[in-house]
Design a protein around this ligand. Structure first.
Ligand code: ACO
Length: 326
């Protein structure tokens, strides 16, 4: 039985730190409100010169180094992002060029905060079917460029960063046991960027009306997220015959501490078995899970043979999970 196994992880965070206290000077908010309602203390903001592919490159180099393989040994590059360098071409193609390689396929995946799980699912399918042996999967976001810094309901939540993994074909028992992805497009408008696409191309008015920034109906999204994720994590474990107490670490998408706590509680997990980076990174959309995974690997929170559960929920609406035996 062929599996996909993660053989290297990497991440990159821009240097600039934006704290809740900095935000207090920008919009009508408070450190207390942000911490209590979301669990976020600070987030990173990319430098003016940095775009998604630059962050992706740094994370990819680390992941390749950890995996001990060279870019030319890759068969496929996938980048999950909603803040690409530009609409055309894909950030994955720009990343391929920056990695100094040619000819292998490279494409972006847009599934908002679930993007990394979606990309993992695509990589896993290609590997299981025998088409490719080594795949680079990256989640990279510069959300600060599509954030309305005058809108307190969204700007306190988001941050920039990138995480990457290298997947390799294995015949062993360890690796990705299952990946499940889902979507419900009927709620697309809970979380969207209205302008800049073919529906509403850029005009002076769209810029003046701030329609190129993320709009979110946070409270409604919150309720659907909790309901969906509680069901998802239980179903994923059941489907794989793994009991919650066998799980070593839950690595959730980092959107809101209250959503994460509700999901963990549903599984009866203490927060000591949950990877949390939200306080320092904020919500980095597709980058949040690979960032947290890399931190977990590098800080020794994951050991060989551990069961690790990844889960995410985001715009689309989309959601998904991956169960890994490390
Ligand atoms: N500072 C102070 N007050 C604020 C702020 C702020 N930054 N933002 C909103 N408020 C106010 C509101 O105006 C409202 O005031 P009112 O009661 O006078 O009307 C009050 O706080 C409560 O607002 P709610 O929106 O009901 O607050 P809620 O408890 O829902 O928390 C939050 C908001 C943090 C956005 C939460 O709803 C959430 O996390 N939603 C889910 C986010 C998510 O998971 N998104 C999907 C992934 S993101 C992606 O795909 C890119």
């Amino acid at each position: 039985m062929v599996h996909a196994k993660i053989i290297g992880t990497g991440s990159y965070l821009p240097k600039k730190v934006l704290t809740n206290f900095d935000l207090e000077k920008m919009v009508d908010t408070s450190d207390e409100w942000i911490r209590e309602r979301t669990g976020i203390r600070e987030r990173r903001i990319a430098d003016k010169q940095e775009a998604a592919s630059d962050l992706a490159l740094m994370a990819s180099k680390e992941a390749l180094k950890a995996a001990g393989i060279k870019p030319k040994e890759l068969d496929l590059i996938l980048v999950a992002t909603v803040s690409p360098d530009m609409i055309l071409p894909s950030t994955a193609c720009i990343l391929q060029h920056k990695l100094g390689i040619k000819n292998i396929p490279a494409f972006d995946i847009n599934a908002a905060c679930s993007g990394f799980i979606y990309a993992l699912s695509v990589a896993d399918s290609f590997i299981r079917s025998g088409v490719y042996s080594r795949v680079l999967v990256v989640g990279a976001e510069v959300l600060s460029r599509i954030t309305d810094w005058k809108d307190r309901t969204t700007c306190v939540l988001l941050g920039d960063g990138a995480g990457a993994v290298v997947l390799e074909k294995t015949k062993g028992k360890r690796g990705i046991l299952s990946v499940n992805i889902y979507a419900d497009g009927s709620m697309w408008d809970l979380l969207h960027v209205p302008a800049g696409g073919s529906r509403m191309p850029a005009t002076k008015e769209t810029v003046q009306k701030r329609l190129h920034f993320i709009k979110m109906r946070g409270n409604e999204t919150f309720k659907v997220a909790v309901r969906t994720l509680e069901r998802l994590v239980v179903d994923t474990l059941k489907e794989n015959g793994v009991k919650p107490d066998e799980l070593s670490l839950l690595i959730p998408h980092q959107a809101n501490h209250r959503i994460i706590a509700a999901t963990a509680k549903r599984l009866g997990l203490g927060l000591d078995r949950v990877m949390l980076t939200l306080d320092r990174h904020g919500n980095t959309s597709a980058a949040s899970i690979p960032l947290a995974l890399d931190e977990a690997v590098r800080t020794g929170r994951i050991k060989e043979g551990d069961y690790i559960l990844l889960e995410a929920f985001g715009g689309g609406l989309t959601w998904g999970s991956a169960l890994i035996k490390w």
